[in-house]
Design a protein around this ligand. Structure first.
Ligand code: NAP
Length: 496
């Protein structure tokens, strides 16, 4: 079998794939290709372009640690600015020429005789590479809700990941299903011109005030001339977010920290009280699970939107969909023109892993995760998968800021590939023992967290896998994860 051969194949041209590419270049590995099923780079920031799209982490923090961007126009920048940042970084580090767009990867199989990954593409061709990195993101497979009759609906259906930019909501009767972070951004925008807007809420979301500010031209100039000034702001925003997740969620066992978690819920309730006077509406919009069980978000306009006469909160549930509307469980019917699905992503079933990966001795990653437990040493490596890094793995994501996850993963690559080169080895593979010890440690740490001790039963959170374990997030601080990435025992991997 002949196939194009590379040192490395990276699957995914979002921020993770671009970060991995930059790291490869730093390590002197330039013979790699990045494959992406879309026709442009940016991952989630290319795919998503619904009205109101913005980041809900301050942009001082939401950027590569090595590439501060002095051009952000706001503390919480809009989606197109983040896409632009992604383009700029890819160009600056000369990553774009490595990317092949419109390429769907079907799967990858380790060829133990040749010590190569064979990467199968949808067009039937195969690429070969010594190293495989999947950078497919956590939220990349849209979830279509299974609601009786939904395929019978005769009007327009839009999932938020496939927004039709030519769509004019003006005067339309619109239903939005879902009240996650996406819906919180979208609903106030649609309400501006929609004729009638009905929001179908199954589980309410905690929404804190968004302390957004415009960044003046003068400040941008200061950031550009003296990058350390922006780093100071980053240190502040980083620490606020770190404190939120570590104190209020990861170390929830500490009684004082539990109080802080309650204070965060109080803050969201104040945000709601300021915007909504109707007590019953407030009650229906208030979650009955602890903040942090699922991803909370920020908005100064979401709650207020429900006080407009043409906006309706439907929290009784959907019975079925008909050709012209939605029949609610209370028997009433809402006639609509357009159905907007803000129903999020299928994380555990479709995304772990996003492609079929077959390792040594025929071990199928998806099957192995499901038949055992979801697990990944340092959030990137699994035994029997040599020369493979899976950047979107269980216990990989540090919580609120994706770039912190990238930071430790790039440092881990540095240490791992540095050792590989130093030993003149061909393959690396995490040992079963190190992987099990890491899983045990994550399980133990999670025992102190909100996800184990808090009231999360009704949250329907994607932090929990189908077995009920909160195995998405890595329960430690960014600093600890970075330190581990630079100091983990090299004996945790076998180098051959
Ligand atoms: P999500 O948080 O998973 O929310 C999906 C919503 O759809 C939930 O309210 C869910 O209800 C509802 N839903 C799904 N299936 C349903 C069904 N069959 N019937 C009724 N309701 C249904 O998805 P998302 O809002 O797209 O956000 C996903 C993540 O993207 C966020 O958590 C965040 O990490 C990220 N995000 C980030 C930003 C940013 O600014 N950085 C912006 C947007 C999103 P249940 O909760 O009851 O399942």
């Amino acid at each position: 079998m002949t196939s194009e051969r590379f040192d490395a194949v990276i699957v995914g041209a979002g921020f993770a794939g671009i970060g991995a590419a930059i790291q490869f270049k730093r390590m002197g590995i330039d013979d790699f290709v990045i494959l992406d099923r879309e026709d442009d780079l940016g991952g989630t920031w290319y795919v998503n372009h619904y009205p109101g799209l913005a980041v809900d982490v301050p942009t001082t923090t939401y950027s590569y640690f090595f590439e501060p961007n002095p051009n952000w126009s706001r503390l919480f920048a809009t989606g197109d600015e983040i896409k632009q940042y992604c383009d700029d970084v890819a160009d600056k580090y000369d990553v774009r020429r490595h990317i092949r767009f419109g390429v769907t990867v079907e799967g990858a199989r380790w060829d133990d005789d040749a010590k190569l990954w064979r990467v199968g593409l949808a067009d039937g061709t195969t690429l070969s590479a010594r190293y495989l990195v999947t950078a497919t993101g956590f939220l990349s497979q849209p979830r279509m809700p299974e609601i009786p009759g939904i395929t019978e609906f005769a009007g327009r259906v839009i999932h938020t990941t496939a927004w039709d930019d030519s769509y004019d909501p003006g005067g339309e009767r619109i239903a939005v299903i879902g009240t996650g972070a996406t819906a919180v951004q979208l609903i106030p925008e649609l309400a501006k011109t929609a004729g009638e807007l009905t929001v179908y809420q199954r589980t309410p979301i905690w929404v804190a005030p968004k302390l957004d500010v415009r960044i003046s031209e003068r400040t941008k100039r200061v950031f550009a001339r003296m990058p350390w000034t922006q780093r100071i702001i980053r240190a502040i925003t980083d620490n606020i977010y770190e404190t939120m997740i570590n104190v209020g969620v990861v170390h929830y066992r500490v009684p004082f920290f539990r109080r802080l978690n309650i204070s965060a819920m109080d803050l969201c309730k104040i945000n709601q009280f300021i915007q909504v006077r109707d007590k019953d509406l407030r009650r229906r919009l208030t979650p009955d699970y602890d903040i942090g069980c699922k991803r909370p978000t920020f908005s100064n306009s979401y709650f207020r939107t429900f006080t407009k006469p043409h906006v309706h909160l439907q929290s009784d549930g959907i019975d079925h969909v008909t050709a012209d509307g939605i029949v609610n469980t209370d028997g009433t019917k809402t006639v609509i023109d357009t159905l907007v699905l803000a129903t999020g992503f299928d994380l555990w079933e479709a995304n772990f892993p996003a492609i079929e990966v077959i390792g040594r001795d025929g071990r199928n990653l998806g099957k192995w995760w499901r038949e055992n437990r979801f697990q990944a040493y340092q959030g990137v490596s699994m035994p029997s998968f040599p020369n493979y890094l899976s950047l979107a793995s269980p216990y990989a994501f540090l919580g609120l800021n994706f770039f912190n996850t990238m930071e430790y993963q790039m440092r881990l690559m540095d240490r791992l590939f540095g050792e590989l080169r130093h030993r003149g080895a061909t393959t690396f593979e995490v040992t079963e023992q190190a992987n099990t010890a890491y899983l045990d440690r994550m399980t133990e740490l999670l025992g102190d967290s909100l996800w184990t001790l808090g009231n999360c039963a009704s949250s329907r959170s994607y932090y929990f896998n189908p077995h009920g374990e909160p195995s998405l997030l890595r329960p430690m601080s960014t600093q600890d994860a970075i330190t581990e990435a630079s100091t983990f025992p090299l004996s945790d991997y076998s180098f051959v």
